[in-house]
Ligand binder design. Structure first.
Ligand code: GLN
Length: 204
């Protein structure tokens, strides 16, 4: 698997798949939708898109994809979760359905629909060192925030919410990256480039 151009899958059971594929290609990856086991086997990294985490959790079960994805994550495959995808990477989820499942790839507690009650959706310009010096336009849509992180988790970004407090909205632990916001809906591809670098580092 020492290809100069890594193949990155986007879990395509539900959510904003096409936008991630477009951004991954713009960042320089080969990008493919992943719905079944054989497609998962062919990728070097995986994006879990935004959408609805409880629906995605149910569809992972229906399509018998939960175990295969969990096994690849445990084996070290780089994974990036945005919004609902962040929720799927958490080790603890607050405010979700009793039957929802997730991957526990990042030692963090995530509150689902955390910004939701006050503002369904908002945008902010954030300077995120990991993604370079230019401010990043971040779009939050019924987004989660991170309430607790373990000692091995790197906090990449925080945002001030309408409760006037800073909340963690981007994190990395090893080969797992998660953002509360949706970089695939702005023209900026730096988050996808950062993830592509993680995939390159893991496959080299
Ligand atoms: N609120 C959604 C959830 O719980 C996430 C929203 C999103 O991905 N834009 O999954």
């Amino acid at each position: 698997m020492t290809d100069a151009t890594p193949t990155i899958g986007v879990l395509a059971l539900q959510g904003d798949v096409r936008e991630h594929i477009r951004h991954l290609e713009a960042a320089g990856a080969r990008a493919v939708p992943v719905r079944r086991r054989t497609e998962l086997d062919a990728v070097d990294g995986l994006v879990l898109p935004g959408g609805e985490s409880t629906t995605m959790s149910r569809l992972l079960d229906v399509y018998e994809m939960y175990e295969p994805v969990a096994a690849r994550i445990t084996a070290g495959m780089p994974v990036y979760g945005s919004c609902a995808g962040m929720i799927l990477l958490a080790s603890e989820v607050v405010n979700t359905r009793a039957d929802a499942t997730w991957f526990s790839a990042i030692d963090m507690s995530v509150r689902r629909n955390a910004f939701g009650r006050q503002v369904e959706s908002f945008e902010a310009d954030l300077v995120v060192d990991a993604f370079g010096p230019e401010p990043l336009r971040t779009v939050f849509i019924r987004a989660p925030w991170v309430e607790r992180v373990g000692p091995d988790v790197q906090v990449l970004a925080q945002v001030r919410a309408s409760d006037d407090r800073e909340h963690i909205v981007a994190v990395r632990q090893g080969n797992a990256l998660a953002t509360s916001f949706h970089p695939e809906v702005t023209p900026d591809v730096r988050v996808h480039e950062y993830f592509l670098d993680m995939v390159r580092a893991a496959t080299s």
